[in-house]
Design a protein around this ligand. Structure first.
Ligand SMILES: [Zn+2]
Length: 159
């Protein structure tokens, strides 16, 4: 990508947001013009030829002992490659380290099917990510109750 001033844009920062999206920030070294692209992991893939790490994921990587870091990097990038994802977030990092996504307890699955469709996809992602973050093998009804209180508590009180 080239700026109107003639310089090429450079990748500046990649921020992770709470809702699972990432903000990819570019800046022009010539004139200082900056812009951001809001995206999620798999949608960002066409933007990069090489795997890139969000600032937070990179920070997690940097905190690892020097002998572990290359192993984790390789493990996560290979997992991301299988999924054709080039933007590596902390969520993807956790997922890779757990070698895949979480299972659903049958009770939790049937409860999810009763969640209104517009909310269901978001709830599924949030629940799986929370389970992965905590190293849980599956999503349970108890976890759903907890998340519901956290995310949907306000609307529940309002109704
Ligand atoms: Zn410029």
């Amino acid at each position: 990508m080239t700026c109107t001033c003639g310089s090429g844009f450079q990748l500046h920062r990649i921020e992770e947001w709470d809702d699972g999206q990432s903000l990819i920030r570019y800046a022009c070294p010539g004139c200082g013009f900056a812009f951001g692209i809001e995206t999620v992991g798999h949608e960002a893939s066409p933007l990069f030829e090489q795997p890139v790490w969000t600032d937070e994921a990179q920070h997690c990587l940097d905190r690892l002992p020097p002998y572990v870091e290359p192993l984790v990097r390789e493990e996560v990038e290979s997992y991301a490659g299988q999924k054709h994802i080039n933007l590596i977030s902390t969520g993807l990092m956790t997922e890779a380290r757990n070698q895949g996504t979480v299972a659903w307890h049958p009770d939790a699955e049937s409860r999810l099917s009763r969640v209104p469709a517009p909310v269901r996809a978001m709830a599924r992602v949030e629940l799986e990510r929370t389970a992965l973050d905590r190293g849980l093998p599956e999503v349970t009804v108890a976890l759903m109750e907890e998340i519901k209180a956290r995310y949907f508590g306000m609307s529940a009180r309002a109704s």
